[in-house]
Design a protein around this ligand. Structure first.
Ligand code: CS2
Ligand code: MG
Length: 402
């Protein structure tokens, strides 16, 4: 029997920080998993190095489900982003190994293709409406069939999702950047730029918008109602999801579809949202929701309630996560859309990409496993740098959801 012989944790900052797990078997087969939790990276690295790696050595790498149960139930302490990200990394690496051993790309092990490619959305943004419109045009010219639009709220309104450089990167400072937020200014302004996008480019593509947890349920209801004529594909994270029941109130007022899930970690965190049909898209990911094994369980539950998938795919999810997401997306019957922002050039010096982009879609690698390689020598050129996500404060100085 093949055994897990080694498990190494790499922490490097090529463009931004990534934590990567590599598992090596006694037959010399390697598998990679992403363990990146933006702004809290070293906690997951320690969870893996200090608590999980010793449990992996000598175990059978083929028993993926059993390993998941062992790490989840065996911890006694359940759920939470740090635990679930660490379990995800192990699970993803074991699927990578299983594919390599079988000589098949992971999507074949998951049941094969349900579609020709994985439709993705990218991020258009602007410091004002004209620059946002130029950016939307750029993505449409690149062949995207779905675009997310975000613009800076004028004056001191603050904003989420406005790109400064080539790649959008909110975790950019060594201590959290404190940013202003004015809900009323946002509620007045955001519907106008979404309308401007539709006026200029029409309705022949999907238009998305991320509220990023910043509204109360009734404010979100007002927002959803005010953008109905722009026919959004979804409004994302309209209100924080700790209180799943809050979404019922939004639903009572608007038909704008709702997407939730990037900060949620388990099937139990989305159970009520799905079974009560309070959302339309579940955005949990391979890296933060327990790996391929657990994500499929979430997506299968969602399928019973006509909830579709829309996995998170920001730059802080490594190319290993993106590849794993695409292997899952291409197989599940209830796929909706996949977020795709692309990574910085430095990131791609360390990871060999597992996916290809063509005609607004991503395609998985046909190589055995996930099709991503990690170059640890190249990673040494990018030592770890602490970076934090920003914190939002209302105009009176009180902390708001960022
Ligand atoms: C965002 C992310 O991609 C998204 O939808 O909400 O940019 C999010 O802010 C980051 O992943 C946080 O790490
Ligand atoms: Mg989001």
């Amino acid at each position: 029997m093949s055994k897990i012989e080694r498990a190494e944790v790499f922490v490097a900052s090529p463009g931004r920080t990534f934590v990567t797990l590599r598992i090596t078997t006694s037959d010399g087969v390697t598998g990679h998993g992403d363990a990146t939790l933006n702004g809290r990276e070293l906690a997951v690295a320690s969870y893996l190095r200090d608590h999980l790696v010793p449990l992996l050595i000598g175990k059978d790498p083929a028993r993926i489900e059993d390993m998941w149960q062992y790490l989840y139930r065996g911890a006694y302490w359940r759920r939470g982003p740090v635990t679930m990200t660490a379990i995800s990394a192990v699970d993803t690496a074991l699927w990578d190994i299983k594919g390599k051993v079988a000589g098949l790309p992971v999507y074949q092990l998951l049941g094969g293709r349900s579609r020709d490619g994985v439709t993705v959305y990218s991020h258009a943004s602007g410091t004002d409406v004209p620059s946002l419109l130029d950016d939307v045009e750029r993505f449409l010219d690149l062949g995207y069939k779905a675009v997310r639009a975000q613009a800076a709220v004028p004056d001191v309104g603050g904003s989420y999702g406005v790109r400064k450089g080539k790649v959008y990167e909110p975790a950019a400072t060594s201590l959290p950047d404190e940013q202003p937020w004015d809900t009323e200014a946002y509620l007045r302004f955001a519907p106008t730029y979404l309308e401007a996008v539709r006026e200029r480019f029409g309705f022949g593509f999907h238009l998305l918008h991320d509220v990023h947890h910043r509204l109360t349920p009734i404010e979100a209801a007002r927002f959803g109602k005010s953008v109905e004529d722009s026919a959004l594909f979804w409004m994302e994270d309209p209100t924080p999801a700790e209180n799943q029941e809050a979404f019922r109130l939004i639903r009572q007022h608007t038909t704008t579809p709702i997407a939730v899930g990037e900060v949620l970690n388990s099937i139990w965190d989305v159970q009520h949202l799905i079974t009560e049909q309070l959302i339309d898209y579940v955005r949990t990911t391979v890296v933060h929701a327990g790996g391929i094994t657990h994500l499929r369980r979430i997506f299968d539950l969602a399928a019973l309630y006509q909830v579709r998938t829309g996995s998170h795919g920001a730059t802080d999810l490594s190319p290993v996560s993106l590849a794993a997401a695409v292997h899952v997306d291409i197989t599940v019957p209830n796929f909706g859309i996949q977020e795709y922002m692309g990574h910085a050039d430095e990131t791609m010096e360390v990871f060999r990409n597992g996916v290809t982009f063509a005609d607004g879609m991503l395609h998985p690698s046909e190589e055995p496993g996930l099709g991503v390689a990690y170059d640890e020598k190249a990673a040494e050129r990018f030592p770890y740098r602490a970076r934090y996500l920003p914190v939002a404060r209302r105009l009176d100085g009180s902390v708001h959801d960022w």
